[in-house]
Write a protein that binds this ligand. Structure first.
Ligand SMILES: NC(=O)c1ccc[n+]([C@@H]2O[C@H](COP(=O)([O-])OP(=O)(O)OC[C@H]3O[C@@H](n4cnc5c(N)ncnc54)[C@H](OP(=O)(O)O)[C@@H]3O)[C@@H](O)[C@H]2O)c1
Length: 428
């Protein structure tokens, strides 16, 4: 029988404690399947969410103790980018294999980390960094390896998907549902990381990089969040046969890459429209396989930890076979040109807040037509109050023109247009 593999865990929070539970509770089945055991040798964390679970491991005094000779794989499960980056780079220098669930770290310092890992002959497992318990990283880097990936469309933030699904079901306002989500633990007390699309952008940077072998970082992702979505938008979408979802899109066209996160109207019979609540879903379109879609829990202690343990097992098997090969050779990542989103064309939904008076629609239609934007349908809601929503669905138009038209309408017609205008793209 092969020797047991030793791991050190840095960070005993939600994910770290899930890993402890899985390695402890399922130790027998893991050992039976692998032919050797996975031991937790040392742990280090400011605070621990699982003191009651921990039995016979050593609590290190600092993270450097996790770099001892008898540890094969270290888990970075603290989050953030400063200490996590320092630790990971140091661990690689000590020839430790790494497993991390940290999307912020990989979306911002991934190429530095992979480059160092390649130089030092160690492996980085990062399955849990995107879509928690859904094994999408292995699907893209291994199972679809024979394909050219054309595009990815994904719901990768459970908090936003929960909020939008709840608004659709209960007809309540964004604020009410967000507060409910915070109370129920589906959203952080400071939810901006999720609702402003940053979390999705980090995950899409990672997915785009591995799907298109391209140097993509968080800064390359065009991001809009869901803060301004109102029930009116969701209701209008639903009347026209659409659902509103925060989508991550990565696609390659004529050697130019688009990576974008934004709310979209998507047709209700699209598989992604049917994924509700905290679930994540990733549709991959590739040249040989066509469309495949992966759905599951994108967060939570045990689903995420299950992905971390899967990475540990992969690396452990490599160690036993004596053939550890970096998961990703950094040479495969090319510099890439990004699409100028202003040149893209789409159907658009625009919500204007207008003064309820005669001639408003005429004024708006005039500016839209000046920019070659034709209206497909229009609805004005709630006559009677001073300011009412005017909802417009356009035919295909150029994004630059839509933005210019809205700017002009807001600037030149301040007497009839109030507040911020909301723009949502319709997914082709
Ligand atoms: N939670 C999820 O469902 C989920 C899903 C997918 C990916 N992830 C990723 O997994 C990683 C961990 O997330 P988590 O939810 O488990 O976080 P968490 O619950 O906040 O746990 C992090 C743990 O690390 C400790 N820690 C942080 N900085 C430290 C430092 N410098 N020195 C020592 N200990 C430190 C924290 O202690 P203190 O609290 O005392 O600082 C805490 O115990 C993050 O990168 C996250 O993005 C999480």
């Amino acid at each position: 029988m092969d020797k047991d593999i030793n791991v050190g865990i840095f960070g005993l929070g939600t994910v770290g404690c899930g890993v402890v539970k899985i390695l402890q509770d399922n130790a027998d089945v893991i050992k039976k399947r692998l032919g050797f055991g996975i031991n937790i040798k040392k742990v280090f964390s400011h605070t621990s969410k699982c003191k009651n679970l921990l039995s016979n491991y050593t609590y290190a005094k600092n993270y450097k103790e996790l770099l001892d000779d008898d540890i094969d794989i270290v888990l970075e499960l603290i989050g953030g980018t400063d200490v996590a980056r320092k630790f990971v780079l140091e661990a690689i220098e000590h020839k430790k294999h790494i497993v991390s669930a940290n999307k912020a770290l990989l979306a911002n310092h991934g190429f530095e980390i992979f480059s160092k890992a390649t130089q030092n002959g160690v492996k980085i497992g990062f399955e849990a960094s995107v879509a928690g318990g859904v094994p999408i990283i292995k699907v893209i880097t291994r199972d679809l390896m024979a394909n050219n990936i054309k595009s990815i469309k994904a719901i990768v933030n459970g908090t936003c998907n929960y909020i939008l699904s709840q608004m659709f079901e209960t007809h309540e306002s964004f604020e009410n549902i967000l507060n409910k989500a915070i109370k129920e633990g589906y959203a952080e007390r400071d939810p901006s990381f999720d609702i402003d699309g940053i979390d999705s952008a980090q995950k899409m940077a990672i997915l785009a990089a591995i799907s298109f072998n391209a140097k993509v970082e968080e800064k390359d992702v065009y991001v809009e969040g869901i803060r301004d979505i109102d029930f009116i938008d969701i209701d209008f979408a639903s009347q026209l046969g659409y659902r509103v979802k925060l989508l991550g899109i990565a696609s390659m066209n004529e050697n130019k890459l688009l990576v974008r996160v934004a709310p979209y109207f998507i047709e209700s019979d699209n598989v992604l429209a049917k994924v509700d609540g905290v679930y994540n879903a990733i549709s991959v379109i590739s040249d040989m396989t066509g469309q495949t879609t992966y759905v599951g829990k994108g967060a939570g202690s045990l689903p995420t930890a299950s992905s971390v343990v899967a990475d540990i097992i992969d690396i452990a098997n490599d160690i036993q076979s004596g053939q550890v090969k970096s998961a990703l050779q950094t040479g495969i990542f090319d510099n890439v040109e990004f699409v100028d989103v202003d040149n893209l064309e789409s159907h658009y939904y625009i919500r204007f807040s207008v003064v309820d008076s005669v001639g408003v629609l005429g004024n708006i239609a005039l500016v839209l037509s000046k920019y070659n934007i034709s209206i497909k349908s229009v609805v004005q809601i709630g006559k009677g109050s001073d300011v009412v929503p005017l909802l417009v669905l356009t035919h295909k138009a150029k994004e630059a023109n839509i933005k210019k038209a809205i700017k002009e309408i807001e600037k030149d017609h301040q007497n009839i247009i109030k507040n911020g205008t909301v723009l949502i793209r319709v997914l082709d």
